[in-house]
Design a protein around this ligand. Structure first.
Ligand code: UD1
Ligand code: MG
Length: 398
């Protein structure tokens, strides 16, 4: 087991080195292919090459393909066909298929600008290979009931098809959650790195436990992912030389969903997504268009060179009843800034965690804002470990 991890680390260092060197060489090629965007929070009109997630995705996949013979090679060399771990092999291939599919779909999104309904449908379809393999190899849809509820429900509860629905939705959530907490330099790659490192630490802690094999499976993916993302963040960090695009957000989200589902720790993995879950719930009124949602919800650059919250503006009459209820709830918790004038004009801050931070903490430089949000992500990861270990014993027999 240790040997495979060491080889994985060596391969990953090589992946980092290749990705780090290849990105600057490809910048012009992306701009020539019209794959570029404007940095919304800068005064300059420079063309910034976009969709560089496809580069890290490719170097990650190449590393994984090279690792397959290493991971399964010893079984092949032993020449004992009966001992070959076919189910683990299929799990790995299905996982790579789902990630590969999501990379393709993310790249299509960057090139074609897909609509929101496609963004929800595509990850669902891409997660099917995973769910089929989970069904064939594991098919455990039973969950252990927390201690306080056992009197009523019993020790375990079989969720059946609902569990598959949950896993499918997990893939949709992970891919989109990273994409909607984005828009300032370094945030997409930064949050993905923090989540990946949290997963790595969790896998290492659990490696010697009962589910060691599943956590080793997760490590095979997470180590090369961290390596390629480290190379990307160097160029995506403030001031960004490249944008990662939806390609990276989908690729990262699917990688997390894959290791969470097939590593059998999907609930713990969701704990590492606390800021994304908050951002998603906070965004819901705009995502469902109960409140007007502009094309970009990123903060706006003010005349002092700092970022301030951006606002969604519309006529008061355009807000639906459900929208009004949501706004009331947010106002009650004091997490929204609403300005409504007598002549029927309405405006409220765009409902993202990024704008909320600016609302609470005041205007910030872009780099400081990214660091603040990543600090929140790290604190939430620490909280996740506290919930998973010390506090879990209150609810479960661990
Ligand atoms: C999502 C968000 C949108 C946000 C956008 C920024 C929702 C519903 N959608 O849309 O509000 O504005 O991501 O990524 O929440 N960009 C920067 N600086 C960065 C990164 C991106 O200015 O550090 C800009 C660039 O112009 C780039 C564009 O954002 O071209 C990419 O946006 P895109 O990923 O296409 O937006 P969506 O994912 O659709
Ligand atoms: Mg995006």
């Amino acid at each position: 087991m240790e040997n495979i991890i060491i080889i994985n680390i060596i391969f990953s260092i090589f992946t980092f080195y290749c990705t780090y060197n290849v990105i600057p060489k490809l910048k012009k090629m992306f701009i020539d292919a019209n794959l570029y965007g404007k940095d919304l929070n800068k005064k300059t009109e420079n063309k910034i090459p976009e969709a560089f997630g496809v580069v890290t995705g490719c170097t990650f996949l190449i590393t994984m393909f090279l690792l397959i013979p290493v991971i399964f090679g010893r079984h092949m060399l032993q020449n004992e066909g009966s001992k070959f771990p076919h189910s683990e092999f299929v799990e790995m291939l299905a996982a790579l298929l789902s990630i590969c599919c999501m990379l393709l779909l993310g790249f299509s999104d960057d090139v074609l600008n897909l609509r929101w309904r496609h963004k929800l449908l595509l990850p669902t379809i891409a997660s099917l290979p995973l769910l089929v393999v989970y069904y064939i190899n594991f098919n455990s849809t039973t969950i252990i009931v927390p201690k306080p509820l056992r009197e009523v429900v019993g020790l375990t509860i079989n969720l059946g098809v609902l569990y598959y629905l949950y896993m499918g939705m997990l893939a949709v959530f992970c891919t989109n959650a990273i994409n909607i907490l984005a828009g300032i330099n370094g945030l997409e790659t930064g949050q993905s790195l923090v989540i990946a490192i949290s997963i790595l630490i969790f896998n290492l802690i659990e490696l010697t436990g009962d589910c060691g094999q599943a956590h080793l499976f997760s490590l095979h993916f997470i180590i090369p992912f961290i390596a390629s993302t480290f190379a990307l963040i160097k160029y995506n960090w403030y001031p960004s030389e490249v944008f990662v695009g939806d390609t990276f957000c989908y690729f990262a989200g699917m990688t997390f969903a894959v290791v969470g589902i097939l590593g059998h720790f999907s609930k713990t993995m969701l704990l590492f997504f606390i800021p994304q879950i908050f951002n998603f719930l906070y965004s819901l009124p705009q995502l469902f268009h109960f409140v007007y949602c502009p094309r970009h919800r990123v903060p706006r650059l003010d005349k002092y060179g700092t970022l301030s919250p951006s606002y969604a503006e519309c006529n008061s009459g355009d807000i639906s009843i459900i929208g009004r209820i949501c706004l009331k709830v947010f106002s009650f918790f004091r997490v929204i800034d609403i300005k409504e004038t007598a002549d029927g004009k309405f405006k409220c801050n765009n409902l993202t965690l990024i704008n909320l931070c600016l609302l609470f903490l005041g205007p910030k430089k872009e780099k400081t804002l990214t660091i603040t949000l990543l600090t929140i992500q790290i604190v939430c990861s620490i909280l996740a470990f506290v919930i998973r270990y010390p506090l879990a014993s209150i609810f479960y027999d661990v």
